[in-house]
Each structure stands twice: as structure tokens, then as C-alpha cells.
Design a binder for this molecule. Structure first.
Ligand code: ATP
Length: 310
């Protein structure tokens, strides 16, 4: 089936509304659905393909709210499990522009793929784009198991390491090793420029990509914010520009790019041969840039999804 499964975290972002205050001083918070893989599933579903989210939410009102939020965008939520309390992230943007951040890890860590093996084996694309999975827990095991199922069953694998400095403090080396391990096994990888530079220890786009392609021979997209996306295959590389917009909140722009890009790839007959058709890939990336840019025009990662189109 032409299904895209996104595996990882679905959580509540509590965003502090008291501008300039840290989390100690802040008093007012808005509640938003979050989680990078969930954003990807929501974007793809909004664009008319079957996007499914697999992950664990709490057995609490927040879990119910999150499932409803995904249902609203048409995401298949039948692989979601419930256990304990929902994962929460509290964030405040301080006067100096720095983020104050508290992460309360809960249910997302508890996901197990047991009982869903067939879904993972029969989908067309599996997207592993979690910011929390590689940290540990059952979800990390679910990543390893689903990756193996995908490889054994000819499922197209997509990966976004979604590095969060707040979560990997003191474990940066471990993150780099894990990211390289995953990159070497997938068919599509999306990295921000910062992630690319960090993982390959280079501060030049082409030099870093040269290093990456020593151990990788498929498709990649390096997101460059307002400049757009640098698209690469083993044979060819090119900047695909984004459109001009007035950004309000760029949270989830990368996820929107991935969701929109995968929603087009999933329609391809010969998905694994797609790296040979750079022109086609460029068109798809340009459309995905447009969707990602639109997402930047509204506050919250999923807010603008009500109005997107390719
Ligand atoms: P995220 O912010 O979701 O963690 P990221 O770092 O990959 O992910 P960006 O590189 O900021 O995100 O943006 C992803 C894509 O969104 C870009 O490749 C581009 O297509 C689009 N985009 C982001 N910011 C802008 C902008 N200011 N103007 C136009 N397009 C933008």
C-alpha cells in the first residue's frame, strides 16, 4: 500500500507566552501538539496520501488531545498505544533569544512495535525522524526492530536525526555515532546544515557532503532555512530555492518539508530508482519548499497545515 508510517514521539509543547521570561518567571503557557514524526505524518495526510503515526501517548487527557489533533489532519492513528503519562516539553524564548527548556519524558519512550509488525512490513515508506528515539528506552528498540523489518521487506527508509542540543548535552559523541549508523542504512536522509556539519565535523557544505557520501549512496536533502534546500544524490547536487515569505514561526518547517517531499515520493512506481531522475527530484523539492515556507507563516508546527497544498 502507498502508506507512509512515521515512528516516534507525539507530545505536548507548552509554549511560554510571557515574552522574555525564562521558565522560572513565566506564568502563561499555551498547549500545542508537537513531535517531529507526528508533524511529518500530519503534513503528508493533509496532502492527500495515507500518513500513519506510530508512537505512545499517555493514558491521560493529553494523550486524548494528541490523538484528536492527528485525527483532525486525517492521520491514521490506529498504531498509537497509550501508557503512563504523556511526554511534555516546556519552552520559553528569553530576552537574548535563547531558549529555556524543560523536557519531561513520558509515554513516548514506551512504544513497542509488537502486534504491528505487518504494518511496518507492508508500508511503502517508513520515516524515522524522532528527536527522542535514539536517546534510549523501548522506542529505541522499536527503531532498531522497524528498521530491520523495513530492510527485509523492501520498504523505502527515510531518516531525520532531529538533533536537539538540550536533549543530548554531554552525549554529543554518542549522537554522532548513532546518526551515522542510521544514515548508512536508509534511502533518504534529511539533515539541517547544522546537523550535517556536526555529524561530519566540517563547516563547508560540499566538503561535509563528500564525507557523508563515502558511506552513503542514496538521496539526501540539506535544509538551509530561507535559502531553501540543497538536494544531493551520489551523482549530482543542487540548491533548490524556497519562496519568499514573512516568517512568524519556523518550528516544524523541516518536518513539513519532509512530509511534503515524502507525500510525492510515495506516488512513484520505482521509488528506489528515483535518484537517477534528478529533474523530477528537483520539482518535488521545490513543491516541498513551498509547503515548508507556508508552515513558517503561522504560529505552531501544525497550525498552517489546514491550508497547505502542493
Ligand atoms: P526544524 O526547524 O523543523 O527543526 P530545519 O532546521 O530543517 O527543521 P529549516 O532549514 O529552517 O528547518 O527549514 C526547512 C525548510 O523550510 C527549508 O528547506 C525551506 O524550504 C523552508 N523554509 C524555512 N524557513 C524559511 C523562510 N524563512 N522562507 C522560506 N522558506 C523557508
Amino acid at each position: 500500500t502507498k502508506e507512509i508510517i512515521c515512528l516516534g514521539e507525539l507530545l505536548i509543547d507548552f509554549i511560554c507566552e510571557d515574552t522574555g521570561l525564562d521558565l522560572k518567571g513565566g506564568e502563561n503557557f499555551v498547549k500545542r501538539a508537537g513531535g517531529a514524526p507526528a508533524n511529518v505524518a500530519a503534513t503528508a495526510s493533509r496532502l492527500g496520501v495515507k500518513g500513519s503515526f506510530a508512537g505512545c501517548v499517555g493514558n491521560d487527557p493529553f494523550g486524548d488531545f494528541l490523538i484528536e489533533s492527528l485525527n483532525h489532519h486525517g492521520v491514521d492513528t490506529t498504531m498509537i498505544t497509550k501508557k503512563g503519562n504523556t511526554t511534555m516539553a516546556f519552552v520559553s524564548i528569553m530576552d537574548d533569544g535563547e531558549r529555556d527548556f524543560v523536557f519531561v519524558r513520558g509515554a513516548d519512550e514506551q512504544y513497542e512495535i509488537k502486534g504491528f509488525e505487518e504494518r511496518f512490513s507492508n508500508c511503502k515508506i517508513l520515516h524515522l525522524g524522532s528527536a527522542t528515539a535514539l536517546l534510549g528506552g523501548n522506542l529505541k528498540k522499536a527503531y532498531e526492530e522497524s528498521l530491520k523489518l523495513a530492510l527485509d521487506n523492501d520498504v523505502f527508509l527515510s531518516f531525520d536525526p532531529n538533533y536537539r542540543g538540550d536533549l543530548w548535552k554531554g552525549r554529543e559523541g554518542e549522537f554522532i555515532e548513532l546518526a551515522k549508523e542510521y544514515i548508512s542504512q536508509v534511502h533518504f536522509v534529511k539533515l539541517s546544515q547544522d546537523e550535517l556539519f556536526m555529524i561530519y565535523g566540517e563547516n563547508n557544505l560540499d566538503k561535509a557532503l563528500d564525507k557523508m557520501y563515502k558511506d552513503y549512496n542514496s538521496l539526501s536533502a540539506i535544509t538551509l532555512g530561507s535559502k531553501g534546500t540543497y538536494l544531493a544524490t551520489p551523482q549530482k547536487r543542487m540548491l533548490v530555492p524556497s519562496i519568499k515569505i514573512n516568517p512568524v514561526d519556523t518550528t516544524g518547517a523541516g518536518d513539513a518539508f519532509v512530509g511534503a517531499f515524502l507525500s510525492q515520493l510515495v506516488e512513484e512506481e520505482n521509488l528506489k530508482g528515483i535518484t537517477g531522475n534528478f529533474e523530477k527530484l528537483k520539482e518535488k523539492a521545490a513543491k516541498a519548499n513551498k509547503v515548508a515556507a507556508l508552515v513558517c507563516t503561522k504560529l505552531g508546527a501544525m497550525t498552517a497545515l489546514d491550508v497547505i497544498s502542493l
